[in-house]
Design a protein around this ligand. Structure first.
Ligand code: SF4
Length: 331
């Protein structure tokens, strides 16, 4: 780890002001991913700005407009919050399927959005990596790529986004609030994370100097039917091979509305708009769910070692939709 200066921010305005004093500064809150990266020199900031004491731990109802969650609310606080458990059980279950209880107790919602891929080549500085050092190469393409992407990859990077929570937020059409010296803005969740393209070193569309201050969950009347299904190598403290966030609104056995997003398959949470469009208006039955799964996986491009993800994702989608059509619950 390289030495760095440590300062505490007293407000969001103070945090963005301190960031301007040194371009090679980074915010730190829970630090559950950043400290790992500092230890192996993936990040070498001159200054760390501690934002963990800012007044951004709220979880508040917005009349007729869902719930607003402060960026410093911990994963545990959000997953256990009565309104989240009741109105957005999909989000609660996704958070609880990630990491360990100890990590969830300190990891924050804002930090969860910014955690970086767990591609092993990225963390091993003996290897080249375009995400770590642009232009150096991507050894995963010809290497061990069992955990990597089947959608949206480029010839520069085939990594996947590691978050479970973000898959649920994608399905819920969340909105990210950010603040900088230029003012405040809101980013639709689907626009927040990006595909690698030619610049895999950039994971998000955050602009220089911006601090995440909150995440808004719009009201989704059928979110109570939400299901988060995660397939992984062991049943705790493991990243998803494939995950599915699904919610269905079924009226008289016909699908009125639907949300479907996949995790562990792309550089960002992968919303399946074509499958959603297919499902709307159809009968809620196993044949339709099977066809929707086929549509959702159209265009998948498996690599040498991860072809199993295609069938795994299809079966996971069918199971998640089936459980959601029955009213939701644990997958
Ligand atoms: Fe680096 Fe991305 Fe290639 Fe992994 S997949 S080695 S993160 S460029």
């Amino acid at each position: 780890m390289k030495n760095f200066a440590y300062v505490r921010a007293t407000s969001a305005e103070d945090a963005v002001r301190k960031l301007q004093t040194n371009a090679n500064s980074q915010f730190i809150a829970g630090g559950t991913n950043l400290v790992d990266r500092l230890k192996v020199f993936l990040n070498t900031p001159v200054q760390l700005i501690d934002v963990s004491r800012l007044d951004l731990k709220f979880i508040e109802s917005m009349p007729d407009w869902g719930v607003r969650i402060g960026a410093l609310a911990t994963n545990t606080a959000v997953a256990d919050h009565p309104q989240i458990r009741q109105d957005y059980p999909l989000l609660s279950r996704a958070i609880l399927s990630g990491a360990s209880q100890q990590i969830r107790n300190v990891a924050t919602i804002g930090g969860n959005l910014l955690q970086r891929t767990r591609c092993p080549y990225y963390y091993d500085t003996a290897f080249a990596c375009n995400k770590r050092q642009p232009g150096s190469g991507c050894p995963a393409i010809q290497g061990i790529n069992r955990m990597h992407a089947i959608f949206g990859a480029s010839d520069r990077c085939i990594a996947v986004h590691p978050s479970d929570m973000c898959v649920a937020l994608a399905a819920l059409d969340a909105i990210v609030e950010v603040e900088s010296s230029r003012g405040k803005r809101q980013i639709p969740f689907d626009d927040f994370h990006r595909l690698p393209e030619n610049t895999p070193d950039r994971d998000t569309t955050l602009q220089a100097g911006e601090l995440i201050t909150a995440v808004i969950l719009p009201p989704v009347s059928f979110a109570k039917t939400g299901v988060y299904l995660k397939l992984r190598d062991r049943t705790s403290y493991a990243f998803a091979l494939v995950s599915v966030a699904a919610a269905l609104e079924v009226r008289a056995n016909r699908i009125h509305d639907v949300r479907l997003a996949l995790g562990g398959v792309a550089h960002k949470p992968w919303r399946s708009a074509q499958a959603e469009a297919f499902l709307k208006g159809k009968l809620a039955n196993p044949e339709i769910f099977q066809q929707a799964a086929e549509i959702a996986l159209q265009g998948a491009k498996p690599l040498t070692h991860n072809g199993f993800k295609v069938e795994m994702a299809k079966r996971s989608i069918q199971r998640a939709l089936t459980i959601s059509a029955q009213g939701g619950g644990v997958a």
